[in-house]
Design a protein. Structure first.
Lengths: 166, 178
């Protein structure tokens, strides 16, 4: 993995990004702002599944309100995230926080999608305790993303011997 | 007591020393600060988009406020506590940093915008609560959106421009080779 990361660092696209300071800053700042939209939207959908937000509205209405914002902001987040990974692959691939962040991002996306599926199968009814458990896990997934993103820079200090960084 | 000595006493406090010396206190506090800032922006956005008429056009604004404001305030409280803890570690450096000063100004302006909205625009909310907000409310929404995004962006900019404090702490003698 490290050899691949080092090879990637030497490629043209990586050099084009990591040698342009303003572009790195722009990518990081955009990634952070769109994280606000994504986390806010993802958490609101899961809170509705738990019945703690907008309980007077059907789940479908809440889904229609927040899902497009979640999808749009995730698209920007993923694009800016990929660009940042290409720009400094050794730093990203050798961070435990990075892999944990990707895993929880996948968990958040799949969990949110499964909430919508469950709500469509039983429209108007209260969601089952199992679905509510998924909703609680989805909230934790979304909330973990921003701090894990920050922790990539501090991987050794945070994870100690569990860090993939030497 | 001038600003310099206040900043010195903050930076020299036991809390600041603990923050600097305890691994990984600073890293955890900073990561929590990022989460809190992201949540403030995410929840404020829900109300702002309603004011702008870009989302929830049929939902009463008072409903949205009741639902999201507690989340916003909770996240804001965490951001203030973690932000203050971070400030103590290098109070002098933060205070003199342009991005930090602009962030403080943006925070102040966002608070003022909120206050003006509550005192003036929200008074006539009965007329537009479930309908299209008046121009003053829409202006408050766009100003709020821009200011909170600026707070988050400037917060990130502090990390790019703060640099490090290389001054030798008092009581530490530097022994140079040779």
């Amino acid at each position: 993995m490290r050899a691949f990361a080092e090879w990637l660092y030497g490629t043209g696209p990586s050099a084009a990004i990591h040698s342009t300071l303003w572009l790195i800053r722009l990518l990081q700042a955009t990634h952070l702002v769109t994280a606000g939209v994504a986390v806010g939207s993802g958490v609101m959908i899961a809170l509705r599944a738990l019945g703690w937000q907008r309980a007077d509205e059907p789940f479908e209405a809440v889904w229609k309100r927040f899902a497009p914002w979640l999808a749009g902001s995730l698209a920007v987040m993923v694009a800016t995230g990929i660009a940042q990974t290409i720009s400094d692959p050794v730093r990203e691939f050798t961070a435990t926080s990075y892999w944990l962040k990707l895993t929880l991002l996948l968990g958040g996306v799949l969990g949110t999608w499964s909430l919508a599926r469950a709500a469509r199968r039983a429209p108007g009814a209260n969601l089952s305790p199992a679905v509510k458990l998924i909703a609680a896990a989805v909230i934790l997934c979304w909330l973990a993303l921003p701090p894990l993103g920050r922790m990539i820079g501090y991987d050794l200090a945070i994870w100690g011997s569990l860090s993939l960084r030497e | 007591m001038n600003v310099e000595s206040i900043l010195d006493s903050i930076q020299g406090s036991a809390l600041a020393e603990w923050m600097r010396d305890t691994n990984p206190a600073m890293q955890i506090v900073e990561s929590t600060h990022v989460l809190a800032a992201v949540l403030v922006l995410g929840t404020v956005l829900i109300a702002d988009l309603r004011l702008l008429g870009l989302a929830d056009p049929q939902r009463a604004f008072t409903h949205i406020g009741r639902e999201t404001l507690p989340l916003t305030w909770a996240a804001f409280a965490v951001a203030v506590v973690t932000g203050s803890l971070m400030f103590t570690t290098s109070a002098q450096t933060y205070f003199g940093n342009t991005a930090f000063q602009l962030k403080a100004l943006a925070l102040l302006a966002a608070g003022l915008n909120m206050l003006l909205f509550q005192l003036l625009t929200a008074r006539g909310i009965g007329a537009w609560d479930s309908g299209r907000p008046p121009p003053t409310a829409r202006i408050a929404g766009v100003v709020s959106l821009l200011l909170w995004a600026a707070v988050v962006l400037l917060g990130r900019w502090i990390g790019f421009t703060k640099g490090y404090d290389f001054t030798i702490p008092p009581g530490v003698e530097l022994v140079l080779p040779g």
